[in-house]
Design a protein around this ligand. Structure first.
Ligand code: 5GP
Length: 186
């Protein structure tokens, strides 16, 4: 399952809670990125922080499932951990932005795409500012990108509104359950 949504919408928090509730049955992919770590980031846990040169080499070696440039930095999903988790029968969540989500949709037709939407635009801006981790310039840039992302909401299979973290995390788990009950016609 792909989970996208504008910066500041709280998708990281709801995905984390959903994973805790699933007690090890969900593999949360750890992306590689060239952006600088934030104080709360942990190498290998929130991201693999790598250089642009290392990123380019991963692309050349076909080691990423998808990748995108987002507000001046590169982000990509390392291929092997995802393939290993799927082989073990685990559900896999990729928390990625829209361009990457569309690459996954094209290459993996079975993937389920979920968009986490804010209760309102005002609430999104408030959350992004409250996080206090970005400069004004970065906030403006991320709000602009958020508008572009919101305009692509129709390309997703499911929409989860993040009004409360508890409900939104339950919604993610409900989607995973529903997808497993769906009739698949060959
Ligand atoms: P942030 O810098 O706030 O951690 O992430 C910025 C955006 O990049 C978020 O929308 C996040 O979901 C997305 N992102 C994180 N990892 C990946 C990835 O591996 N691939 C893609 N395409 N987007 C990612």
């Amino acid at each position: 399952m792909v989970v996208s949504g504008p910066a500041g919408v709280g998708k990281g928090t709801i995905v984390k809670l959903a994973c805790q509730k699933a007690q090890g049955n969900i593999h949360l992919s750890v992306s590689a990125t060239t952006r600088n770590p934030r104080p709360i980031d942990k190498e290998g846990v929130t991201y693999h922080f790598i250089t642009k040169k290392e990123f380019r080499s991963m692309i050349e070696q076909n080691e990423v499932l998808e990748w995108a440039e987002y507000v001046g930095n590169y982000y990509g999903t390392p291929r092997k951990p995802v393939e290993d988790a799927l082989k073990k029968g685990q559900d896999v969540i990729l928390e990625i932005e829209v361009q990457g989500a569309m690459q996954i949709k094209k290459n993996f037709p079975d993937a389920v795409l979920t968009f986490v939407a804010p209760p309102s635009r005002e609430e999104l801006e408030r959350r992004l500012r409250d996080r206090g981790t970005e400069t004004e310039e970065q906030i403006v840039s991320r709000l602009q990108t958020a508008e572009e992302e919101l305009s692509r909401i129709n390309e997703y299979d499911y929409i989860v509104v993040n009004d409360t973290i508890e409900k939104a995390s339950e919604d993610l788990l409900t989607i995973l359950r529903a997808e497993k009950l769906k009739q698949k016609f060959e």
